[in-house]
Design a protein around this ligand. Structure first.
Ligand code: SF4
Ligand code: SF4
Length: 299
């Protein structure tokens, strides 16, 4: 069985990426299973998704603890133990990080026991698709290329099927397909890749259930919400141009996290410690004086 694990933040499209790979595998005649895992957190929170591919029915369920391939959309997740990017990376043939850094530099920095590849997927998305943080098409194409799934036309068919299901307009589909095509071409020649599924006995995963308190969520310390700085979830940072701001207060009223306050002159001020980057203020500002900048700070 080939196991692929995706790490990103809510809004990056890791769930759709896992579906793209599953669909590409299915179209290639394999059994495939894809699933995401996320809690009640919103856009920007760390999420993961999994794809399993085999030549036999897949009975294994749950999180992938021993991945053959890991793809990370946001390199700041590598420093977040709660995101679990490093779990089982000693089993991986490759870990692809969406980064503009050299793979060798990142390998030295991270000291992970598996080969590290880098590709600036965000740059491709921004150049070809335009604005937006959803990277499902390029991420799915990257995983297909590294897993040896192909040919390109079949991968693009899988991408398109998923984008149609999401309801994207035809021109947006076309731009995503072009971005996916570029990423697939870039990564198809990479030698570090996992084994394709081989036939053999599929092991059943038998979950064990803990009893009592261990099996249900508990709040161990009350009143600690203020310590949870959601600013680290941000992929894009809203920046207000005060020269153009009319002080209408729309962003202040609509920010779902109360991360915008008004100063003594009624100009909005963003609390970057807690702004999670949902970009609702950017979307709703009537005079478009809020811009989005790609977040580069690793907290
Ligand atoms: S400040 Fe803007 S981007 Fe940040 S949480 Fe509020 S609405 Fe979302
Ligand atoms: S919505 Fe735009 S114009 Fe209105 S207060 Fe916010 S930044 Fe200023």
């Amino acid at each position: 069985m080939l196991r692929i694990r995706f790490h990103g933040r809510g809004g990056h499209g890791v769930k759709t990426a896992s579906r793209i790979v599953g669909t590409a595998a299915f179209l290639s005649g394999f059994y495939a299973q894809d699933s995401p895992i996320y809690g009640a957190e919103r856009r920007g929170a760390a999420v993961a998704a999994y794809t399993r591919i085999d030549t036999k029915p897949i009975c294994e369920r749950g999180a992938v603890a021993e991945p053959d391939l890991i793809l990370v959309v946001d390199e700041t997740l590598l420093a977040d133990p709660a995101a679990g990017v490093r779990v089982g990376c000693e089993f991986a043939s490759a870990l692809l990080v969406n980064s503009g850094k050299e793979g060798t530099a990142l390998a030295t920095e991270l000291r992970l026991p598996c080969p590290i590849l880098t590709l600036d997927l965000t740059a491709v998305v921004l150049a070809v698709v335009g604005r937006g943080s959803a990277q499902s098409a390029v991420l799915g194409a990257a995983a297909c290329a590294l897993a040896g799934l192909g040919p390109l036309e079949r991968v693009l068919e899988a991408v398109q099927r998923e984008l149609v299901e999401l309801g994207l307009e035809a021109d947006e589909q076309a731009r995503n397909l072009e971005a996916a095509r570029r990423v697939y071409a870039d990564l198809s020649a990479v030698p570090a890749r996992p084994r394709l599924p081989a036939s053999g006995q599929v092991e059943l995963h038998r979950p064990t259930l803990a009893k009592g308190a261990a099996s249900r969520p508990i709040i161990l310390a009350v009143g600690n919400a203020a310590a949870r700085h959601t600013g680290r979830w941000r992929v894009f940072r809203p920046v207000i141009d005060q020269e153009a701001c009319t002080r209408c207060g729309v962003c202040f009223a609509l920010c779902p996290d109360g991360a915008i306050t008004l100063d003594e002159r009624a100009y909005p001020v963003i609390d970057y410690e807690n702004c999670k980057g949902c970009m609702m203020c950017y979307q709703e500002c009537p005079v478009h004086c809020i811009s989005e900048r790609q977040e580069v700070q690793a907290w």
